[in-house]
Design a protein around this ligand. Structure first.
Ligand SMILES: Nc1ncnc2c1ncn2[C@@H]1O[C@H](COP(=O)(O)OP(=O)(O)O)[C@@H](O)[C@H]1O
Ligand SMILES: [Mg+2]
Length: 261
């Protein structure tokens, strides 16, 4: 019964990615269910960021396809994929360092709602109030409201990541991809981010999250795929993955146990 109502919004089918002689991704199949949080874990160099870049159109796969909500993403440009409701937070934040935090968060809303060539000043000003209020509410959610007038370039690394998350949230994406969203954050900020991501989940947003921090993975993931050497070596519910000897072996060379602290 439950099986019949599963709605797969993102399909990655038989994706391969080569960089010269290096097989960064091989035979990748992934199904992400609507409203769920799907984590991709694996050691450094496993191919996690490459997979994310293939999904968002920054890298073309050598072969294979990515389908989101019935539409083929492969071959589309990143901004076209973004227009279809896919937003992403990269491992290295991409921001406007000379604008304020608030302006950074407002910018994607203007880009999306106005398009590049149809700016009607009066309507844009109308929306500016609305967009500003929403941006402030989101900054409050991510814990950055006190920094709203700071230059974005002056933020700490962790705060930049939170700002970039805010820049995604204002787009109301249907699918949010996060590449190590808590990298560079203190434990306290990590926990704040986990709470925020749980809140987003309660609103039904589908998420694909790449994460090194097992505390984050086991707090958030509904399903986990484990990448190693460019292949998915295990997949399942968090407890199954955590207890899989194969995963323990590949992920940590058998030296440590995968644990959520
Ligand atoms: N643009 C690129 N050109 C050549 N090799 C790359 C490129 N991007 C990544 N790689 C290689 O592909 C492999 C997977 O990298 P990556 O996807 O960044 O791994 P992860 O995010 O899991 O740490 C690594 O061996 C990396 O050096
Ligand atoms: Mg990476």
């Amino acid at each position: 019964m439950a099986e019949a109502t599963r709605n797969i919004v993102l399909h990655v089918s038989d994706v391969h990615k080569r960089f010269g002689g290096l097989h960064a991704l091989s035979d990748i199949d992934l199904e992400v269910e609507e409203g769920k949080t799907h984590a991709i874990i694996g050691p450094n160099g496993a191919g996690k960021s490459t997979l994310l870049n293939v999904i968002v159109g920054r890298l073309a796969p050598t072969s294979g396809a990515v389908v989101f909500d019935g539409q083929v993403l492969t071959g589309r440009k990143p901004h076209q994929i973004n227009q279809l409701g896919v937003a992403r937070v990269f491992q290295t934040p991409e921001i406007f360092p000379d604008l304020t935090v608030l302006q950074n968060v407002m910018a994607p809303a203007f880009a999306k709602r106005d398009g590049a060539f149809r700016i009607n000043i009066v309507r844009a000003l109308d929306r500016e109030t609305e967009i500003r209020e929403e941006a402030e509410a989101i900054l409050d959610d991510v814990g950055l409201i006190d920094r709203r007038d700071s230059h974005a370039g002056a933020l700490s690394r962790g705060d930049k990541r939170r700002m970039e998350l805010a820049m995604c949230l204002i787009q109301h994406p249907r699918l949010l991809l996060l590449d190590e969203p808590t990298a560079g954050m203190s434990r306290h900020d990590t926990n704040t981010t986990i709470d925020l991501l749980k809140k987003i989940k309660a609103r039904g947003m589908t998420k694909v999250i790449i994460e090194h921090d097992m505390h984050v993975v086991f707090s958030l993931a509904d399903k986990i795929s484990v990448l190693s050497g460019g292949r998915i070596i295990a997949e399942g519910l968090p407890d199954d993955v955590r207890n899989s000897p194969k995963v323990q072996e590949a992920y940590l060379g058998g030296a440590h146990r995968l644990e959520a602290h």
